[in-house]
Design a protein around this ligand. Structure first.
Ligand code: HEC
Ligand code: HEC
Ligand code: HEC
Length: 458
């Protein structure tokens, strides 16, 4: 047995040396005179990134060995869940903001491939030329596609961007949408409006003691209500992404039996049309008058005004050095160091991707038995039916997060401290200290911005 181990080890060393020589002499070169995307793809391939970051990857030849094979299995599963570079490479020109932030992180901290792999596969890991090409490409893509152009020069390349102050809207439709957002007649029994579960004054989510929301007739749904503030920047709406736009989203709750009632939009429109003044208001703004499409359009128009710019963190990114305390700045640095900004990237620190919950450790196995595994826990899978989407949830944006406890799709984290620790344990799996968590929580507190409707008690 011992002899066998020595032979295997010897073979591995020889193979590693041979690949290293091969790599340095023949393989590793950046193709010239081709589009930059092809150069990026070649660099990732030559550094074996796709060995692990591909949901369909096959294990290398030593992958069937005991111990080594099992460890590699675990790495490959985690890696593909963290970022599936094979899929990213298949459409590199349209890379999403979170995948870009992930690559940015891997390039700048030089952590990839993981050390264990580098030890066997000498020569993997970016060299200087590769690093500078990748870093330049990340900057260009960010500047062209994701930057809001509001950051001070020195923060122009941050994964998190200042929030825009406003979006263009039609003021009359906004006013009508505001009214519909507060109109209880949309619910079957006239008791519930959008504003009951999305309380604008206190953060745009439900009250803190509602782990899940209470709809009509005292019924409770299965997930925690996210905030409507800045929701316009989500790539898709709902934890499982089942609505593509805000208007499509707004069509859902009114006909959800638990939320606003077992009814059809025809019922709702007929009920609202009894109000002649309301009908006239719609007719003045929409040629087709009061319909499902125009009610939801007005609500969506109103929601575009629910931005919360000018938070202390925005002022900091825009160049005001006094906007944050030393602890809060340290918290932001830790937020980046701990990979948080790879998923929570962009102007709302999230909302851009659907991420596997439980990359580092099985989240659902560890959850309190009080919350039984249920259909909502399937996440994106519940909407797409695609096996790879199981337990993937939309990364929530983190703006105003201090105002919207409890946290996570199941509302299982009562405080920010708990939510951050859950992320450290289940998403990144890194070691951390209580002090680091405290600093990150300090930082998250700086994301509370301004909106005329928002009046948090402080
Ligand atoms: C042996 C498997 C393996 C290889 C090869 C590998 N990775 Fe990873 N990668 C992982 C694992 C495991 C994680 C999950 C986080 C962790 O455990 O550190 C990860 C995480 C990441 C992340 C998430 C953010 C971060 O940096 O922590 C990125 C991006 C990434 N890898 C990019 C790459 C790139 C680029 C390459 C090629 C240079 C590469 N990886 C090669 C296993 C691998
Ligand atoms: C009974 C409480 C309740 C009512 C009433 C309600 N919502 Fe929600 N809202 C929720 C919950 C819970 C979710 C999350 C559901 C999910 O993801 O499956 C949600 C999700 C949303 C989202 C998606 C946010 C995101 O980050 O994905 C928006 C936008 C939204 N609601 C707006 C509205 C509007 C507009 C109305 C009125 C037409 C409304 N809600 C009525 C509880 C409610
Ligand atoms: C791999 C992607 C990923 C990484 C890395 C990540 N998160 Fe998250 N985060 C998510 C997802 C997905 C959720 C929603 C989980 C759910 O549905 O229960 C979430 C939820 C949260 C929430 C709760 C927000 C709410 O409104 O419910 C906070 C706070 C948070 N993350 C902070 C962090 C911090 C701090 C870090 C770094 C230690 C981090 N995240 C790292 C993907 C990620």
């Amino acid at each position: 047995m011992k002899k066998f181990a020595i032979i295997v080890f010897g073979l591995l060393v020889v193979a590693a040396a041979a690949t290293a020589i091969y790599r340095f002499n023949f393989r590793k070169s950046i193709p010239q005179g081709v589009p930059v995307e092809e150069q990026v793809a070649a660099i990732l391939q030559q550094n074996d990134c796709l060995v692990c970051h591909d949901h369909q990857a096959e294990k290398p030849f030593y992958g069937s060995l005991p111990v080594v094979g099992t460890r590699l299995d675990g790495h490959m599963r985690r890696a593909a869940r963290f970022t599936d570079l094979k899929t990213v490479l298949s459409d590199l020109e349209n890379i999403d903001e979170a995948s870009l932030a992930k690559l940015d992180q891997a390039v700048s901290n030089g952590s990839m491939p993981i050390l264990e792999y580098k030890l066997i596969h000498w020569g993997t890991g970016f060299n200087r030329a590769e690093k500078s090409l990748l870093a330049g490409w990340v900057r260009d893509v960010r500047a062209k596609r994701f930057s809001t152009g509001l950051a001070a020069e020195r923060f122009a390349h941050e994964p998190v961007q200042p929030l825009v102050d406003s979006l263009p809207t039609d003021a009359a439709k906004v006013a009508l949408g505001y009214k519909m957002f507060h109109d209880v007649r949309i619910s079957t029994d006239g008791t519930v409006s959008c504003a009951d579960c999305h309380i604008l004054e206190s953060g745009g989510a439900d009250v803190p003691d509602h782990r899940t929301s209470e709809g009509i007739a005292g019924q409770f749904g299965g997930v925690n209500a996210p905030t409507v503030y800045n929701a316009v920047f989500n790539v898709q709406q709902f934890w499982n992404g089942r609505a593509a736009t805000l208007a499509e989203q707004a069509a859902g709750p009114p006909v959800n039996p638990v939320e606003m009632g077992d009814q059809t939009w025809d019922d709702i429109v007929a009920r609202l049309r009894m109000d002649r003044a309301l009908v006239r208001e719609f007719e003045a703004l929409y040629p087709e008058g009061l319909t499902e499409a125009t009610v939801t359009d007005a609500i969506a128009e109103f929601e575009k005004t629910l931005l919360t710019p000018r938070s202390p963190f925005d002022r900091y990114l825009r160049g005001d050095d006094t906007a944050l305390t030393a602890n809060e700045i340290e918290g932001y640095l830790l937020f980046k160091e701990h990979d948080c900004a790879t998923c929570h990237a962009g102007q709302i620190l999230g909302g851009q991707s659907f991420e596997y919950l439980g990359i580092a450790e099985d989240y659902f196995a560890a959850r309190t038995p009080e919350i039984a595994l249920n259909d909502d826990d399937k996440g994106l899978y519940g909407f797409t039916g695609n096996e790879r989407d199981m337990h993937r949830f939309k990364t929530p944006g983190l703006r105003n997060v201090a105002l919207t406890p409890p946290y996570l799709h199941d509302g299982s984290a009562a405080t920010l401290d708990q939510a951050v620790k859950a992320m450290m344990r289940f998403q990144t799996g890194a070691d951390y200290t209580q002090q680091e968590v405290d600093r990150i929580v300090d930082f998250l507190g700086t994301l509370t911005g301004e909106n005329p409707h928002l009046q948090p008690a402080q």
